[in-house]
Design a binder for this molecule. Structure first.
Ligand code: HEM
Length: 524
């Protein structure tokens, strides 16, 4: 019974209202960015900033406050409902089993194997909202692909052209596609990445490949034997690129009132980091606390965030076999997939990609709770105050944030040189032997606050207990910076929201030195 409870973490009565609230949160904020700036929803503001030397933006604080308040309310609600959350390792293992079964089923029974997929919502119920909102972020690109494919295929039919050279999804195609992808990942690592060391790199290659590339096993297994016209692939790809480069896509989106990618991505990504929603889906993409091209998917999402994308690849092809081919084969998608590899790489200085991204997103993978925006959405992090405490900007633009009355003032200027922030070395657990056995100190708020840096020693309070993390913060898997940012304070809320594992709580217990004056030290 206990085992079943661990595998099915939430009842339907708990899950349905949360789904409604989380999806409701997305829709209640994503269409309101014109309240920040007229040209923000269309992305024209970011394009404009890209052309200036220096600019000052005065943006209303009210929207940021309302946005953060709504996130706070949903966070509180989730934590109330999910008091007995199972450990992340159970969710991870059961999600991997579901994915492995889905791969096997798709290769054994074709598209019927997709019916295994919804099992992920049993073992990780909040991955429904994670994958649905993830889908919404890029749905316009997907619709554009199928529209272009339809136009091209129809043009061939109407002009009476015979079928051209055909491509079949067979074993050669699958092996070829996955091998090219893997080689590109290796190439990106060799050319642009900071060195990870053999063991760490192997872990990224193995985990990242399983977490992101089993997507293709499912899609290609479902469509095994599917045949499509190569001419349609080429012309659809070219048409999509043309529609995008002439700005038609943006104009259509603007006409429909649908916000641009950086806005959708920022909102969706912050929702992906809500407690429990995170453990059920997006944490799989963060599991290794840093990133390489192997962890990058078409858009960077991992296993439990891919559900709706898999269906969007397969269903149109099954319904209209002569018209469509899978979305991931569109040139535009392949190009996005390619650029996403260096974006998910901690680039070394001097490499061709280091200036473009300035490790903004790689830093997100070590800071976890900062730098949520895409490369074009850096402005949003600075507006909402979610930029890393050391983050200076990205893409050649440096930002400075301040608040004046009811306004948020952003000073934006072209940066001289790279904006990357040096990160700590990867954690080595054996370095931290700072184990304290006597946990009897009674600590006042002032004493806690006095331990706020490497010079003074780093203490944090969690649920009434006081923890000495002076040595540990340097090897903390969630990064040293986040602990330094909370040094000398009560960090219970953030610690809880992150959803630390039982292992993490046991590690914390070894660093307990006492309790806050007037409080009991509760179990984490
Ligand atoms: C003694 C105290 C702490 C210990 C022993 C600890 C340990 C860990 C461990 C082992 C992980 C890896 C993931 C897991 O196993 O859960 C982790 C991740 C993380 N920790 Fe901590 N931590 C501590 C305090 C904190 C505090 C105070 C914060 C925030 C203020 C924090 C923020 C994070 C974040 C953001 C992650 C990454 C989350 C993820 O990707 O899943 N930690 N921590």
């Amino acid at each position: 019974m206990a085992c079943l409870k661990a595998l099915i973490p939430m009842s339907l009565q708990q899950v349905l209202p949360l789904w409604k609230q989380i999806i409701g949160l997305y829709f209640s904020v994503v269409f309101r960015f014109s309240e920040v700036h007229r040209d923000l929803p269309s992305g024209q503001l970011m394009e404009h900033l890209d052309t200036v030397e220096r600019e000052q933006l005065r943006l209303p604080k009210a929207f940021a406050e309302d946005f953060n308040r709504r996130f706070g309310e949903v966070t509180k609600r989730i934590l109330q409902v999910c008091e007995d959350e199972p450990d992340f390792s159970t969710i991870l293992a059961s999600s991997f089993v579901v994915r492995a079964l889905e791969c096997l089923a798709c290769w054994a029974c074709g598209c019927w194997g997709l019916l295994v997929g919804p099992l992920q919502f049993v073992v990780a119920p909040l991955s429904f909202t994670g994958s649905f909102i993830r889908f919404l972020t890029n749905v316009s690109d997907c619709l554009l692909h199928y529209a272009c494919s339809f136009v091209v295929a129809l043009a061939f039919v109407l002009t009476g052209h015979n079928r051209g050279p055909m491509m079949t999804i067979d074993t050669r195609f699958v092996v070829g596609f996955l091998s090219i992808d893997f080689l590109l990942n290796c190439l990106v690592y060799v050319v642009t990445s900071e060195r990870f060391g053999a063991q760490r790199l192997l872990l990224h290659a193995a985990y990242g490949t399983f977490n992101t590339k089993t997507y293709f096993f499912v899609v290609l297994g479902s469509l095994f034997g599917y045949r499509f016209d190569l001419r349609v692939v080429i012309l659809t790809g070219l048409l999509t690129l043309a529609v995008k480069s002439y700005g038609l896509h943006k104009t259509i989106l603007k006409g429909c009132g649908w916000p641009c990618f950086p806005v959708c991505f920022y909102v969706e990504h912050r929702i992906g980091h809500l407690p429990v929603v995170y453990q059920h889906a997006h944490k799989m993409h963060h599991y290794l606390h840093d990133t390489t091209a192997f962890d990058a998917h078409i858009y960077g999402s991992g296993m439990n965030e891919e559900f709706f994308w898999i269906w969007a690849e397969v269903l149109p092809c099954l319904l209209c076999p002569s018209l469509f081919f899978p979305y991931f084969l569109n040139f535009d998608t392949l190009y996005m997939s390619l650029t996403n590899k260096p974006a998910h790489t901690r680039t070394c200085e001097g490499s061709c990609w280091s200036m473009a991204e300035d490790n903004f997103h790689a830093d997100h993978h070590t800071l976890h709770r900062a730098n949520y925006g895409s490369a074009l959405g850096v402005l949003l992090d600075f507006y909402f105050g979610t930029q890393g405490s050391q983050t200076k900007g990205a893409g050649g633009l440096a930002y400075q944030r301040s608040e004046e009355g009811d306004q948020i003032v952003l000073q934006v200027q072209r940066a001289q040189g790279p904006l990357s922030v040096p990160q700590n070395q990867p954690p080595k657990m054996e370095e931290d032997l700072h184990v304290i056995r006597d946990a009897k100190l009674v600590v006042t708020e002032e004493q806690l606050a006095a331990h706020h840096s490497d010079e003074t020693g780093v203490w944090i309070a969690l649920k009434g207990g006081v923890y000495d993390v002076s040595a540990f913060h340097r090897i903390h898997p969630g990064g040293s910076q986040i602990i330094l940012d909370h040094a000398g304070t009560d960090a219970t809320d953030v610690f809880t929201q992150v959803g630390h594992s039982q292992k993490a709580k046991a590690m914390a217990a070894k660093r307990l030195i006492g309790r806050l004056k007037g409080r009991r030290s509760e179990r984490l």
